[in-house]
Design a protein around this ligand. Structure first.
Ligand code: HMG
Length: 390
C-alpha cells in the first residue's frame, strides 16, 4: 500500500536572534557560528509558547475541516513535554477541534520521536486505509545561556498528515534502525536544560548514520546513486554534511555534487530556526521541497533520523506527482518574513522567563504574541491554553 506524507507544515515563534550578534556577545569569532556550526539565526520562544502550542500552531496551518473529521490518531513526538502523565497530544486534539473518536498519545526518544510516530502511523493506516494520522514533532531546545550548546538552540514544530495515497512523499517499506544505550545527550526530569557530551554526540550521530546506511544497503540493492537527495536530522546544519561526506567515496563526483547541492537547500530553514529536536529532520525536508525547484516526481529522498541516547533510522521517500501543489510554501515564507529580531539582552531576558513550578498562579500577556494558539497562564498547576480564532 502507498502510505506517506500527505500534508506537512511547520511553525516557529515570532522572535529570533542573529548568530553574528550572539557570537559578538559571547566573544567568539562569528565565522565559528555561521560556518563552523552553520547557523545564521536562532528562534527564541516566548513564555507564551510551549511544545503544545508550537505543535498546535503548526497543525492549524495545514488542517482543513475534512482532516478534523477524518484524523483518528494524534501522535506527538517531543522531548519538551509539559506533563509526566498527560500527553501533549490530548491538548492539541482539543485546541484543533479534532473529532473525538481518536487516539492521542505522546512518544519520547529524544529527536527520534516524530519518526517513531510516522512508523506507528504507517502501521495504523495499513490496517485502516481510510484513516488519517496527525504526527507532530515539537520542541524547544535549551542548553543554557553561555553553554557550549547555546549556539545550537532553537524552537519550533512540524505537523504532518500521514495517509494512504499521499500527495507529497510515499514512504518506502524498507527501513534500517539501531538502538544503543549511550550518554551523548540527555535531560534529567529535574532539569529544564539539556546535558551533553558534545564531541561524543557528533561521533555517535555519524556512527549511527553509517551503521543504518550499511544495514539499509544490505536490505536493498540500492547505492548512493539511487538517491536524488538526502535529508538529515539537523542539530546544526554542518552536522548532516559531516555524516553525508563519510559515504561520498561510494559515489561518483556527479553523485557528490548532486547530493551536496540538494543538501544546501535542505538546510535553509534549519539555519534560521536552530535545532527543533523531533521536528528537525522534517523541517529540513520542508526546506528541501520548498526551496529546490529541480526536484521532480519520482525522485527518491533518503531520510536519516537520530535521537540521542540513542536511536537512529535510515529510510526513504519518493516524491509524488502532486507534491508541489500540496506544500504550504507561501505560508512558511510569510512566517519567516513576519518574524521579529530581538537583541541578545532581550533574548537572555526571554530565556529566563519560565512558568512558576511552585503552584503559584500566573496570567500571561498573550496579546504580545501573534501566534493563534498560546499559553495564557497557569492556574492550580494547570496550563491554560487559548486558541484566539475560536
Ligand atoms: P564547540 O566545542 O563549541 O565547537 O562545540 P568546536 O570547537 O567543535 O567547533 C565547531 C566547529 O566550528 C568545528 O568544525 C571548528 O573547526 C569550527 P568541525 O571540526 O566540526 O568541522 N570552527 C570554525 N570555523 C570557522 N571559523 C572559525 C571557527 N572556529 C571553530 N573561526 C558542539 C560544538 C556542536 C559540539 C556544541 O555546540 C554542542 O555540544 N551542541 C549540542 C550537541 C549537538 O548538537 N550534537 C550533535 C549530534 S547529537 C544530536 O544530533 C542529537 C540532538 O539533537 C539531541 C536529541 O537527539 O534530542 C542534539
Amino acid at each position: 500500500m502507498n502510505i506517506g506524507i500527505d500534508k506537512i507544515g511547520f511553525y516557529t515563534p515570532h522572535t529570533f536572534i542573529d548568530m553574528v550578534k550572539l557570537a559578538e556577545a559571547r566573544g567568539v569569532d562569528p565565522a565559528k557560528y555561521t560556518i563552523g556550526i552553520g547557523q545564521e539565526q536562532m528562534a527564541v520562544s516566548p513564555v507564551t509558547q510551549d511544545a503544545v502550542t508550537l505543535a498546535a500552531n503548526a497543525a492549524l496551518r495545514i488542517l482543513d475541516k475534512e482532516d478534523l473529521k477524518k484524523i483518528d490518531f494524534v501522535i506527538f513526538g517531543t522531548e519538551s513535554g509539559i506533563d509526566s502523565s498527560k500527553s501533549a497530544a490530548v491538548y492539541v486534539h482539543d485546541l484543533l477541534g479534532i473529532q473525538s473518536s481518536a487516539r492521542s498519545i505522546e512518544i519520547k526518544q529524544a529527536c527520534y520521536g516524530a519518526t517513531a510516530g510516522i512508523q506507528l502511523a504507517k502501521g495504523h493506516i495499513a490496517l485502516h486505509p481510510e484513516s488519517r494520522v496527525l504526527v507532530l514533532g515539537s520542541d524547544i531546545s535549551r542548553y543554557g545561556l553561555r553553554s557550549s550548546g547555546e549556539v545550537t538552540q532553537g524552537a519550533g514544530a512540524v505537523a504532518m498528515v500521514i495517509s494512504a495515497n499521499p500527495r507529497i512523499l510515499s514512504l518506502g517499506d524498507q527501513s534500517a534502525y539501531l538502538t544503543n544505550d549511550i550518554m551523548d545527550f540527555w535531560r534529567p526530569t529535574y532539569s529544564d536544560t539539556a546535558y551533553v557530551d558534545g564531541k561524543f554526540s557528533n561521533e555517535q550521530y555519524i556512527a549511527f548514520f553509517l551503521n543504518t546506511w550499511e544495514q539499509f544497503k544490505s536490505q536493498t540493492d540500492m547505492t548512493i546513486a539511487d538517491f536524488e537527495a538526502m535529508c538529515f536530522h539537523l542539530p546544526y546544519t554542518k552536522m548532516g554534511m559531516k555524516a553525508m561526506r563519510e559515504i561520498f567515496d561510494e559515489g561518483t563526483e556527479e553523485d557528490q555534487k548532486r547530493l551536496t547541492d540538494h543538501y544546501q537547500l535542505s538546510t535553509i530553514y534549519n539555519k534560521n530556526v536552530g535545532n527543533i529536536y523531533t521536528g528537525s529532520l522534517y523541517l529540513s525536508l520542508i526546506s528541501l521541497l520548498e526551496n529546490d525547484t529541480s526536484l521532480k516526481a519520482g525522485n527518491r529522498i533518503g531520510l536519516f533520523s537520530y535521537g540521542s541516547g540513542a536511536v537512529g533510522e535510515f529510510f526513504t521517500g519518493t516524491l509524488q506527482p502532486e507534491f508541489r501543489e500540496a506544500l504550504a510554501e507561501a505560508e512558511h515564507k510569510n512566517l519567516f518574513a513576519e518574524r521579529e529580531e530581538v537583541s541578545i539582552e532581550k533574548y537572555e531576558e526571554i530565556f529566563s522567563e519560565v512558568l512558576p513550578v511552585d503552584g503559584t498562579n500566573l496570567q500571561l500577556d498573550i496579546e504580545s504574541d501573534p501566534a493563534t494558539i498560546c499559553v495564557a497562564g497557569i492556574e492550580e498547576h494547570k496550563r491554560l491554553y487559548v486558541n484566539k480564532s475560536r
